[in-house]
Write a protein that binds this ligand. Structure first.
Ligand SMILES: C[S@@+](CC[C@H](N)C(=O)[O-])C[C@H]1O[C@@H](n2cnc3c(N)ncnc32)[C@H](O)[C@@H]1O
Length: 231
């Protein structure tokens, strides 16, 4: 049953409501698994993870089948209703237990320091408030815990930067579920107090035309141990 605020006539809106984008992404993301090599990226993103993992903005749950069996449990946060329903279906097919939960990155509905790892893939481009989302990610991660990320962002030369910023100010966010092209996920992670582990920049697609969405980064960051460096 949809949530209602006391005395209100209409159901509360989801914090993220992009029904058209959700329909598009549900199809395009599945095609990208093989066509753009996303399946291999997801394998690299998740390899070697263990313990309790929280995935932020899980979408339709395409990461779920790629988690290694060393992962004890995944809590998958997804604010968009349609994508969340698809994520539940993919959770049922996963090899590891996955609990799909409504919520937004800026206010994660979980306890502090409860997770060994946080996974974000193609999400920091879309959250409303990047510093707040990263502060929440830091809060829920245990000291020494790891962030695995695959994100797209700012890249290319001056002409490409201009194009990315122009699209961000106009058509792109409303057409693509709130996505932005000119964000810098590496700088944002550093500013939020994470230590950057190994990361690699790559183009997506690797061959063919370079698009404003092509500049990707895949890697690892750590929440520093209390009073010291990451584990
Ligand atoms: C491009 S999709 C990526 C989905 C998935 N992570 C993947 O790898 O396929 C972006 C996702 O971020 C979610 N999202 C948007 N704003 C969010 C927020 N504030 N907090 C958490 N997730 C958000 C969207 O609902 C969508 O599922």
């Amino acid at each position: 049953m949809p949530l209602r605020s006391p005395g209100a006539a209409r159901p509360l809106r989801d914090p993220v409501h992009h029904p058209l984008f959700a329909r598009y992404y549900a199809r395009a993301s599945v095609a990208a698994e093989t066509r753009l090599g996303m399946r291999a990226i997801r394998d690299r993103l998740l390899s070697g993870l263990s313990g309790r993992v929280i995935e932020i903005g899980a979408g339709n749950g395409l990461n779920f089948a790629r988690y290694p069996r060393t992962v004890a449990e995944v809590v998958a946060i997804e604010p968009e209703r349609r994508l969340r329903q698809l994520a539940v279906e993919n959770a049922l097919r996963a090899d590891v237990p996955v609990d799909v939960v409504p919520g937004a990155a800026e206010a994660l509905p979980v306890k502090s320091e409860a997770f060994d790892a946080v996974v974000v893939s193609l999400v920091l481009c879309s959250v409303r408030d990047v510093p707040r989302a990263l502060a929440e990610i830091r809060r829920v991660l245990r000291p020494g815990g790891v962030v695995r990320f695959f994100e797209h962002g700012r890249g290319g030369g001056a002409a490409m930067h201009f194009t990315q910023r122009a699209l961000d100010r106009t058509l792109w966010p409303p057409l693509s579920g709130g996505c932005h092209l000119a964000r810098d996920p590496i700088a944002a992670l550093r500013e939020a107090g994470f230590e950057l582990g190994p990361y690699r920049r790559l183009l997506m697609p690797e061959t063919g035309p370079t698009l404003p969405t092509s500049y990707c980064v895949l890697g690892t960051a750590w929440r520093p141990e209390r009073g010291g460096t990451a584990a």
